[in-house]
Write a protein that binds this ligand. Structure first.
Ligand code: ADP
Length: 314
């Protein structure tokens, strides 16, 4: 009755950067459906998934929340491949909705509903000392009932020990906060809040907000859109390993409300206020997931769209 004998792999569903995903079912229940994600071990991601991986992923099994993809089981197969048995979510992700492939229309009320579900998922992770660290639209699955499900904890890891240095090569570049781009090794839940802020911006714009081609380019885009990180607005930033100095003349002042309103006006002034608080350059000044959920945007008009009325595929 080993875990791996409880599940059967059926057809291959897809392949990502560091995993192959299969449709599967419980041996004892042929009508059940699960996704079995087999993590490739011999890739450049190996470091991120070695040794502690199973123990850490096991911990995620206990994270049970409506907005977090359920992890039913973890087992290793031959060659020590790591297999994750996940809730089967075939209706796609937020990226597909943003890209408008089927003429999907949505507005502020829908954005509010999706961001609320994302915010609750991330708040719950942080309450349980887990950083997600790879929040992006294609890690946000849409369930049949409209629920957003945060997925792909491949990089997530407990941050309960603040003295354990962490690798900073995490988070897909476009959603990566400035502290990680500067190589900070000690970081907090604020990294996920920045990523949520860039997803929020993308949901409004319907194109990626900060689509850098390289890490340097990513920082340039952040400077232009948000402001240049300096000691004045972010004490200690110049001591980060990867900090690059800026010529006085090239420093972009931190963008104010009018600048955001010109671009994100559809979210309204209260929505823009929330967005700005999530994109604070200094991670200590960035709002926390809890503060984000306490923001008055959630209770101001328009009210979030009901789950069942949210656009989705199929
Ligand atoms: P990526 O995130 O790079 O697309 P993944 O390894 O996460 O790669 O997933 C590969 C593909 O497998 C996805 O594009 C998706 O179509 C499918 N998939 C992943 N997880 C699930 C799931 N829980 N339920 C259904 N399909 C899934």
């Amino acid at each position: 009755h080993e875990t791996k004998e409880k599940y059967v792999k059926d057809k291959k569903l897809g392949e990502g950067t560091y995993a192959i995903v299969y449709l599967g079912h419980l041996k004892a229940d042929p009508l059940s459906k699960v996704a079995i994600k087999k993590i490739k071990v011999n890739t450049e991601y190996r470091d991120g998934l070695s040794m502690d991986a199973i123990r850490e992923v096991k911990y995620l099994q206990e994270l049970s929340h409506p907005n977090i993809i359920a992890l039913h089981a973890v087992f290793s197969s031959k060659n020590q491949n790591l297999n994750l048995v996940l809730e089967f979510l075939p209706l796609g992700d937020l990226e597909m909705l943003i890209k408008d492939s089927e003429g999907i229309r949505y507005g502020t009320a829908e954005v509010k509903a999706w961001m609320g579900m994302l915010g609750r998922a991330v708040w719950f992770c942080h309450e349980n000392f887990v950083l997600h660290r790879d929040i992006k639209p294609n890690n946000l699955f849409i369930a049949a009932d409209g629920e957003v499900k945060l997925a792909d904890f491949g990089l997530a890891r407990s941050f309960s020990d603040p003295y354990r240095p962490m690798t900073y090569q995490v988070i897909t570049r476009w959603y990566r906060p400035p502290e990680l781009l500067y190589g900070a090794r000690f970081y907090s839940g604020a990294v996920d809040v920045w990523s949520m802020g860039t997803v929020f911006a993308e949901l409004i714009l319907r194109v990626p907000f900060l689509a850098g081609n390289t890490d340097i380019h990513q920082l340039e885009l952040i400077c232009q859109a948000v402001g240049t990180p300096t000691e004045e607005i972010w004490p200690g930033v110049s001591k980060l390993e990867g900090y690059v100095g800026y010529e006085k003349a090239s420093i972009v002042p931190v963008r104010g409300k009018d600048f955001y309103l010109a671009r994100f006006g559809t979210a309204g002034p209260v929505g823009v206020d929330l967005l700005m608080s999530m994109l604070a350059l200094d991670p200590r000044k960035r709002s926390t997931a809890r503060q984000m959920l306490e923001h008055r945007w959630w209770t101001s008009d328009p009210r979030p769209t009901a789950k069942v009325d949210l656009p989705r595929k199929g």
